[in-house]
Design a protein around this ligand. Structure first.
Ligand SMILES: O=C(O)[C@H](O)[C@H](O)COP(=O)(O)O
Ligand SMILES: [Mg+2]
Length: 325
């Protein structure tokens, strides 16, 4: 970890920076894009690194999409990426529940979150209720050579603004995990159900995909992040969840299970000090902070009491696009 970050601002500095590393780990929200809008120049930088045969890994705390759906987003935005290069907190959480917790197949996860979480839990063969599904995917009859199209229904019981009537709630005794991620359709019913499971099902575990307080949407604007969705459950249960995403080791473990890289020749590029930069530091990697997401240069001043300092800073990842010319 550095004591004084180096602000990159010239082509010579960009060249020297890129030459130092073989592996580039990229955060997504606030670095590559804001929702569906790419950061100007980001694609050119990725293309340049690909041309230099650098190893590229995408590491996002955004649990709303599965790896496969992130691949579709990369394709949609014209960014070269393979599924095996993408690590999201939905994937890391599903792997943690199946491989670390080794949740028995007859037990279930109550999901506060979106399709990404459900799809990754399905990939790991983990039963789940809540989220956006009726409690189990409705598998239609086999069609097209065993291609099963899973159809998910919004469970009317959860997607409601009605008061929660506990007398009508059938608590499922097989729920052994409450998994909370970014859920833009959060409501009282979901929190009430999660609370019942966490306080009434013996040994029920509380897991958060990540704990980002805010979600950068571009133009210096922010929305509540996943951490702000699971925060009420922390307050209710007076317990901290096991958190999977950056800066936690579980996310790094899922990457190391798939990719070999030398931390000394690796740089983590992110927009948050308390997730991306700490994550890179804990992994023994160098770190580059971009100023197109959550962190601002003022956050690095001593009086702001930063949790960590990056090794390098750049205004935008896109600034390095000059290397492609
Ligand atoms: O609220 C969240 O989940 C996060 O703000 C968001 O998804 C962060 O994604 P990342 O910057 O790690 O790509
Ligand atoms: Mg980010």
């Amino acid at each position: 970890m550095t004591t004084q970050p180096l602000k990159l601002s010239s082509k010579a500095e960009y060249l020297s920076f890129v030459d130092q590393f073989d592996t580039f780990m990229f955060d997504c929200d606030g670095v590559l894009w804001h929702d569906e809008s790419l950061v100007p120049g980001a694609v050119q930088v990725l293309e340049h690194l690909r041309a230099l045969k650098k190893k590229i890994i995408f590491v996002t705390n955004n649990a709303t999409k599965s790896r496969k759906n992130y691949k579709k987003k990369f394709d949609r935005l014209g960014v070269q990426a393979e599924v095996d290069e993408v690590f999201g907190s939905a994937y890391a959480s599903a792997v943690y529940i199946s491989s670390v917790l080794q949740l028995p197949k007859d037990e279930k996860v109550y999901v506060i979150g979106q399709a990404g979480l459900e799809e990754e839990l399905d990939e790991e063969g983990i039963q789940h209720i809540g989220g956006t599904v009726r409690g189990h995917p409705l598998s239609p009859p086999t069609i097209l050579l065993n291609f099963k199209a899973r159809i998910y229904f919004q469970d009317p019981a959860d997607k409601t603004f009605d008061a929660f009537d506990i007398t009508k709630f059938e608590r499922d005794p097989k729920v052994a995990v409450v998994l909370a991620g970014l859920d833009t359709a959060i409501n009282y019913t979901k929190l009430a159900k999660a609370m019942q499971y966490l306080t009434q099902n013996p040994g029920c575990r509380f897991i958060a995909t990540n704990e980002d307080s805010t979600y950068p949407v571009g133009g210096g604007q922010f929305l509540p992040g996943a951490g702000s969705i699971s925060a009420p459950l922390r307050y209710i249960t007076k317990t901290d969840p096991v958190s999977i995403g950056k800066p936690n080791q579980a996310m790094m473990d899922t990457i190391k299970a798939k990719h070999h890289f030398d931390p000394k020749k690796t740089v983590m590029i992110g927009d948050r000090l308390d997730t991306d930069i700490i994550f890179g530091n804990k992994g023994g990697c160098s770190t580059l902070l971009v100023l197109t997401g959550v962190a601002k240069e003022a956050d690095l001043r001593p009086e702001a009491n930063p949790p960590v300092l990056p090794d390098f800073i750049v205004n935008s990842l896109g600034d390095l696009a000059v290397l492609k010319n």
